[in-house]
Design a protein around this ligand. Structure first.
Ligand code: SME
Length: 164
């Protein structure tokens, strides 16, 4: 399919995520390679969502999170489970919204301009296979609507690209 980068209206966040989910489904249709699909998922999220400075994946490799396809500045390569926001989301198996990264104990600063973050764990066959991570230069950029919307996008990615 051809990506048109059609205009999105995130003033109505729910509607924006609805539209984004439809676009992602189209983008991933017919392809199951996890790297290809993660690359396009990160690119779509980064292109469409306002005020996002980094969007991408970490994948579980031998019990450790290793950076995967992303958009944004170069990032930390390896994150231990339980460390930082990514490792904490993986350990707790739940989405974590961090309104102020300076107030999150153990936050790993890859990009000094990052002020808030959201991390969605990727769970397949009851195993954490990675995380989807987004950063913003604005404090409190991400709320519950973002979390639910991003969980849906993560589920579409996993559905298209089975990793276990
Ligand atoms: N801040 C993350 C590290 C990854 S970067 O934001 C891309 C963390 O604390 O896990």
């Amino acid at each position: 399919m051809t990506y048109t980068g059609e205009p999105y209206d995130f003033n109505d966040k729910r509607a924006g995520y609805e539209q984004l989910a439809g676009q992602l489904e189209g983008l991933l249709a017919g392809e199951s390679d996890p790297i290809a699909n993660a690359a396009n998922t990160a690119a779509l999220i980064f292109d469409v969502l306002p005020e996002v400075s980094w969007a991408g994946f970490y994948f579980m490799r031998a019990g450790e999170l290793v950076v995967g396809p992303f958009q944004g500045k170069p990032a930390c390569v390896r994150i231990a489970v339980g460390r930082g926001v990514c490792g904490t989301a993986a350990a707790r198996r739940t989405t974590i919204i961090v309104p102020d990264v300076d107030a999150f104990p153990g936050h790993i600063a890859c990009d000094s301009t990052s002020r808030s973050e959201v991390v969605v764990p990727l769970i397949a066959a009851d195993r954490v296979v990675g995380v989807l991570d987004l950063d913003s230069a604005r404090r409190a950029r991400f709320d519950e609507t973002d979390a639910r919307g991003l969980e849906r996008l993560a589920a579409l990615f996993l559905q298209a690209s089975p990793m276990v």
